[in-house]
Design a protein around this ligand. Structure first.
Ligand SMILES: Cc1cc2nc3c(=O)[nH]c(=O)nc-3n(C[C@H](O)[C@H](O)[C@H](O)COP(=O)(O)O)c2cc1C
Length: 206
């Protein structure tokens, strides 16, 4: 560990934790803003949160070596990037938020690498993320966000995770950093998502 600047937090008792990944190439951009609106709701409900920014971090795509299926050690065999740190964070959390900007009507390259590799390792290890709660968050200028949203949800559903809804599909509109804060419906969607995620996590862990 130690790849991320945010220190790993110690979990006490039955504390519920949500980890969020921002797969935008822009740290603290629109995707991060949207994620933080969800996290604020979770924090209001006493849920511990952590945001991991993938911007500037090395994360490559799946090598299709299939070694995870032989090793079954909850790890990817490619060990020279941040992927195994991300998996470790996912394993210790009760809820996982995956946030991506829309690039060419899909998720970012970083998000593709994360969901391909973490998804394959999870399947190779008896669906090790099963029944964790998952939520997708997508930033978009104009079009393609529903495809990006679906791409992330494919990861949750094949991993046997539980996905709460919101008052709209989880997307916010904006081009420049900060523009999403002008999308009132998008922000409300994030707040409702956070409230629903907190409600669900409490039902599952009370
Ligand atoms: C390489 C690239 C591709 C993009 N493709 C799309 C697209 O297909 N549709 C769209 O509406 N916006 C597209 N955008 C705009 C971003 O989705 C938008 O600016 C988003 O708010 C960025 O989020 P961020 O601030 O978290 O990086 C693209 C931006 C980049 C850099």
């Amino acid at each position: 560990m130690g790849t991320f600047t945010t220190p790993a937090q110690t979990r006490e008792g039955n504390e519920v934790k949500v980890v969020a990944f921002n797969a935008s190439a822009r740290k603290d951009g629109n995707t991060a803003i949207l994620i933080n609106h969800v996290l604020a709701q979770l924090q209001n409900e006493g849920i511990e949160t952590e945001l991991i920014q993938l911007a500037g971090k090395k994360i490559r795509g799946c090598m299709a070596c299939y070694k995870c299926r032989q090793n079954k050690d909850q790890r990817c065999s490619v060990k020279n990037d941040v992927l195994n740190d991300c998996i470790e964070k996912m394993l210790e959390a009760d809820g996982i938020i995956l946030g991506s900007p829309t690039y060419l009507a899909n998720v970012s390259t970083e998000m593709t690498a994360l969901i391909d590799r973490a998804g394959f390792v999870a399947r190779a290890n008896g669906d090790m993320l099963k029944r964790k709660v998952g939520a997708a968050v997508v930033a978009v200028r104009r079009a393609g966000s529903i495809h990006a949203f679906n791409s992330i949800n494919h990861f949750f559903f094949i991993s046997q995770m539980i996905v709460p809804g919101s008052s709209y599909w989880n997307m916010g509109f904006g081009l420049e950093k900060g523009d999403v804060d002008k999308d009132e419906e998008g922000i409300q969607t994030m707040k409702n998502l956070g409230a629903n995620m907190a409600w669900l996590l409490k039902k599952l862990h009370q």
